[in-house]
Design a protein around this ligand. Structure first.
Ligand SMILES: NC(=O)c1ccc[n+]([C@@H]2O[C@H](COP(=O)([O-])OP(=O)(O)OC[C@H]3O[C@@H](n4cnc5c(N)ncnc54)[C@H](O)[C@@H]3O)[C@@H](O)[C@H]2O)c1
Ligand SMILES: O=P(O)(O)OC[C@@H](O)[C@@H](O)[C@H](O)[C@H](O)CO
Length: 374
């Protein structure tokens, strides 16, 4: 089986590429980072370290790399043969890779099934990618594609930090992982190894985004304001740890009300995540976890969505609101979104910046609540 994976970054190498390899795929990574691509071409393998007291590692072998900027023909050939096309490039990059995927899908000569799965932290990222791909297709091409291409949404959970190393390919991952894929959208009889296939992704996806990512964002933004470098340092501070717990109490109310999760089972899920944030072998930074604050302040994303649900019911999510304000103050060198946010906060003020990036009107109850806290 052949897989083409866009984005040879942390989650691409550390999780999706590794899992596809284990499931029996030859994985070709496509990236714009030529250093990574040349190393993949040359060595055809890389090492994954598991961040635990056992200090274990494993090799992902038989991999290849292609630079999407200089090897378009080769990328198209790989897409034509692929059984699975996955991505982990960040949602903002999906429109940039959509044209080549569209071209690859429409130039396949056989009618074999192929499945596209975007592994990004967002609500239904594959559907977003599908929409982008469809803007590059004729009506006839869309009809053909609908028969043999599956576009399955997924929830992807594994903390994979950016770790400085002399080896550009080696990657460190936490032991926990969960890849949940929506089964009814898959085409044909695809093998996805240790992925979990479910009929309805929504509860799993929202539970992940509004627990792991809401809590993580809170730790990063509060940690940043308190001068912490690592998530670990933030979580070791009792005040920040309590703050993260409070956020997860708020998102738990939101999730249990929406999906009727069993309370004890959900509490156990939250506890496990708190422990994952405190993994002493994981050198994750507040900068990596906080990067992209504009995306993270989006209406459907990890902070605003649950806070908005509270506000619309006449309630207030005090700790999520604190996270919104913390996020407005986040800045990381080299992170274009935090640069843009900082400029807007400086010129227009916190509230205008929040309204602009969340898309909420000034009259929205959450906007009123945030205003009262500024
Ligand atoms: N790291 C994690 O813990 C984690 C966990 C779950 C989900 N995710 C999600 O996975 C996605 C990637 O995260 P990451 O941590 O691996 O980031 P990363 O920055 O390590 O990797 C992203 C990769 O995409 C590449 N890229 C950028 N533009 C590209 C293009 N046009 N074509 C091909 N490749 C391109 C970059 O060069 C980089 O190698 C994000 O959506 C993130 O939310 C990350
Ligand atoms: O990748 P982002 O920027 O959406 O969020 C940062 C982290 O919260 C995220 O990468 C987590 O590590 C990951 O979602 C764990 O599964």
């Amino acid at each position: 089986m052949e897989a083409v994976h866009f984005g040879a970054g942390n989650i691409g190498r550390g999780f999706i590429g590794a899992l596809l390899h284990e499931a029996g795929y030859s994985v070709t990574f496509v990236d714009v980072n030529d250093e990574l691509i040349q190393a993949l071409k040359k060595r055809e393998k890389y090492t994954v370290h598991i961040a635990s007291d056992k200090q274990t590692s494993f090799e992902v072998t038989g991999v290849d790399g292609l630079n999407s900027q200089t090897e378009e023909t080769e990328v198209l050939e790989a897409l034509q043969k692929a059984d699975a096309i996955t991505t982990a490039v960040g949602t903002a990059t999906l429109p940039m890779i959509a044209p080549i995927i569209a071209k690859g899908l429409t130039s396949r000569v056989d009618n074999n099934h192929v499945n596209v799965i975007a592994c990004e932290n967002a609500i239904r990222a594959t559907s977003m990618l599908r929409e982008e791909i469809f803007t590059h297709l004729t009506e006839g091409e869309k009809r053909i594609i609908t028969h043999n291409v599956g576009f399955a949404d997924a929830a992807v959970d594994r903390i994979v930090p950016s770790v400085a190393s002399d080896d550009v390919l080696e990657v460190t991952v936490e032991p926990f992982f969960e890849w949940i894929v929506e089964k009814p959208s898959l085409a044909g009889d695809i093998q996805l190894g240790e992925a979990t296939l479910v009929d309805d992704l929504a509860p799993y996806l929202e539970r992940k985004l509004f627990t792991v990512n809401s809590g993580h964002a809170a730790a990063a933004y509060r940690g940043y304001r308190a001068g912490k470098e690592r998530i670990l340092d933030a979580m070791a501070d009792t005040e920040i740890e309590t703050h993260v717990r409070k956020i997860l109490e708020e998102t738990s109310i939101f999730l249990i009300e929406n999906y009727g999760f069993n309370v004890e089972a959900h509490e156990a899920y939250v506890e496990k995540i708190m422990e994952r944030f405190k993994n002493p072998y994981l050198q994750d930074t507040v900068v990596r976890v906080g990067r992209g604050p504009i995306r993270k302040l989006g209406e459907k994303d990890r902070i605003v969505r649950p806070a908005k649900a509270f506000a619309e019911k006449g309630k207030e999510a005090k700790y999520l609101i604190m996270t919104i304000i913390d996020a407005l103050h986040f800045y990381a060198d080299g992170d274009a979104e935090s640069e843009k946010l900082k400029k807007m906060v400086q010129t227009e003020g916190e509230l205008s910046a929040f309204l602009h990036f969340s898309g909420l009107s000034a009259e929205h109850p959450l906007a009123q609540q945030v205003k009262a806290k500024l």
